[in-house]
Design a protein around this ligand. Structure first.
Ligand code: C5P
Ligand code: MG
Length: 205
């Protein structure tokens, strides 16, 4: 009901959809914490990684092979593909608040977003899940061993994903930090303790 009122409110006030970007290394807990935020605060969760995996799995997708190669190599898919998937998902939703997880991951992501969607939304802040590298690796290896089915939850891909995070994604977080848009949470702790910290950031929105 709340969402319905929000959508009606949006139509009348022509207010822009609100966005929180969720960034952090592989295994930082982006997916886990985003589903907590969805349950408690009514955001819609769009994971760039999940959208790309879904697109790759479509038998008729012309991007399937390209996406698969990038995912296995831990490198970043060209923004034209990723942004379109995000945009389609936003347009298909009546929600007014979106968590966009795993995006923007590099400069190409950033400029593509600014060019195509940036002005049409209100960026509330960037949630940065700051997690030590060893914990990231341990969590993803565990996830892989437990049957995540992900082609990149293995040591070889993980090392590449971490290099990409440090070299390509950290500068994006720095860029947002300079604009005072980053809210950082220590994400190496257990999920329940991280959640307590995240609640403090969302409760007054
Ligand atoms: O966020 P997640 O760990 O699910 O991302 C998995 C992979 O999806 C990344 O390592 C990358 O290859 C691809 N990806 C991308 N661009 C994004 C987000 C994810 O290319 N913005
Ligand atoms: Mg994820």
């Amino acid at each position: 009901m709340k969402l319905l009122f929000r959508s009606i409110y949006r139509v009348f006030t022509m207010s822009k959809p609100q966005v929180v970007f969720v960034l952090g290394g592989p295994g930082a807990g982006k997916g886990t914490q985003c589903s907590n935020i969805v349950s408690k605060f009514g955001f819609v969760h769009l994971s760039a990684g999940d959208l790309l995996r879904a697109e790759r799995n479509k038998p008729d997708s012309k991007y399937g092979e390209l996406i698969d190669t990038h995912i296995k190599n831990g490198t970043i898919v060209p923004v034209e593909v990723t942004c379109k998937l995000i945009q389609n998902a936003m347009e298909a939703s009546t929600a007014n608040r979106f968590l966009i997880d795993g995006f923007p991951r590099n400069k190409d992501n950033m400029t593509g977003w600014t060019r195509t969607i940036g002005d049409q939304v209100e960026l509330l802040f960037v949630l940065f899940l700051d997690c030590p590298e060893e914990i990231c690796i341990e969590r993803c290896m565990k996830r892989g061993a437990a049957g995540s089915g992900r082609a990149d939850d293995n040591l070889e891909s993980l090392k590449k994903r971490i290099v990409t995070f440090v070299n390509d994604s950290m500068p994006i977080i720095e860029h947002f930090k300079e604009k005072n848009l980053v809210k950082k949470v220590e994400a190496g702790k257990n999920a329940a303790d991280v959640w307590v910290e995240i609640c403090k950031l969302f409760k007054d929105l």
